[in-house]
Design a protein around this ligand. Structure first.
Ligand SMILES: [Zn+2]
Length: 385
């Protein structure tokens, strides 16, 4: 059995300039690698008129249960100005114990670590009870319309069972071992327009100033006590992100005032229940002030939690054993593909240290890469024991 070196594979993956929308051949490359160590693979290309086409990969080794799945993405964010980098982002280089390149952190190195872990696991466990699978998308950083979401729908239709899913996104804020993610808050953005009526500032009785009204509205929605947080979640929080009153004159009461806000909410709410609550306030204040309002919402994701189970705690223990840190089970941070996968399988996220993700000179410490590979290998060993 061929043993795969994690650093070598990470470098190979980073060499593909797979900036979202462009696959650059990286999915096919990984498919070949997995085939070589015994995986049955399928490239799933999805199209949808609302987005660009995307190649995804589902690979499975074994036919029996339980099926342990690793999920991740091979697309990366654009490198930005190449002159700001100390190396070419797509010609990875090792400097002072760090591998530098776009995707070194988010998250090609983690995929390399898992594939390497599988190859080592197989070299000592030629026969094991169950299956190992990989769900790899090329669209996590972009629209995410033809990515993991569609793969999950496909697997569901095919009645493919996954018993546990490990998502390899960078989860640790500073040190490897600090944090496992078991869910995320939901995110809702609202854009509110208040229509008053324009007039001369010297004759306010003939106008209806929407800026006064929007200040009242924003004060009231900011003061909503949504909840006190839960065992697994921070309290729901609303932040006003923009206030815009487009007025070029100092002696004119404006006709329209506009504001944008974002709410990160926990699993005590849904985007709909929050919308209802807010709409009531907008209606009430508008009515009282004889103004009109228009609200546009955008939901980036609902809150979700994948309940920790036996496997979660086994993984937590392994991380502690190798890193000497007991990882927190957290729901902080932005949204993730686990929101789709949890529809078919319990799971968690654990990967590298996210400090440099999406940054210039994105990097992974070689020591962390080695330890993450060890952690993944130990997880397989224990899962199939
Ligand atoms: Zn990522």
């Amino acid at each position: 059995m061929q043993k795969i070196n994690e650093l070598q594979l990470a470098k190979e993956l980073i060499k593909f300039p797979s900036v979202t929308k462009i696959d650059a051949g990286v999915i096919k490359f990984l498919e070949k690698k997995l085939k070589k160590i015994g995986f049955k693979t399928k490239i799933l290309e999805f199209r949808d008129k609302n987005s660009y086409p995307v190649k995804n990969l589902y690979a499975r080794l074994g036919t029996t249960s339980p099926n342990f799945c690793y999920a991740g993405h091979l697309d990366v964010v654009p490198p930005g100005n190449l002159n700001d980098w100390t190396v070419n982002p797509f010609k990875p280089a090792v400097k002072k114990g760090y591998l530098i390149g776009r995707g070194a952190n988010d998250m090609k190195s983690s995929i390399a670590a898992f594939v390497s872990a599988v190859s080592f696991f197989l070299s000592t466990n030629k026969k094991f009870n169950g299956s190992i699978s990989l769900l790899i998308t090329g669209d996590e950083e972009g629209d995410a319309i033809n990515g993991t979401k569609k793969v999950v729908e496909y697997l569901k239709k095919k009645k493919e069972r996954i018993n546990f899913c490990l998502v390899g996104e960078p989860t640790n804020p500073n040190k490897l071992g600090e944090m496992i993610k078991i869910g995320r808050r939901g995110s809702l953005t609202g854009n509110l327009k208040i229509f008053g009526s324009q007039g001369h500032v010297a004759y306010p009785q003939r106008a209806n100033n929407p800026s006064t009204i929007i200040v009242k509205v924003l004060k009231e929605i900011k003061e909503i006590k949504f909840d006190k947080g839960t065992k697994n979640f921070q309290p729901t929080n609303l932040e006003v992100t923009k206030i815009n009153i487009n007025n070029t004159a100092d002696n004119v009461i404006p006709g329209i005032a506009e504001a944008t806000f974002n709410i990160r909410f926990n699993d005590k709410h849904s985007s709909n229940s929050i919308k209802k609550k807010l709409n009531r306030i907008f209606s009430k204040i508008s009515k009282k002030n004889k103004s009109k309002f228009k609200i546009d919402y955008k939901v980036s994701g609902e809150a979700f939690l994948t309940k920790p189970n036996e496997t979660t705690f086994m993984i937590q223990n392994i991380i502690k054993k190798i890193t000497k840190i007991k990882p927190k089970l957290s729901t902080t941070g932005g949204t993730s593909d686990l929101r789709f996968i949890k529809k078919i399988s319990p799971g968690l996220e654990f990967g590298l240290v996210g400090k440099t993700m999406h940054k210039v000179d994105e990097a992974v410490s070689l020591k962390d890469l080695k330890n993450l590979t060890k952690i993944y290998q130990n997880i397989l060993q224990n899962y199939f024991k």
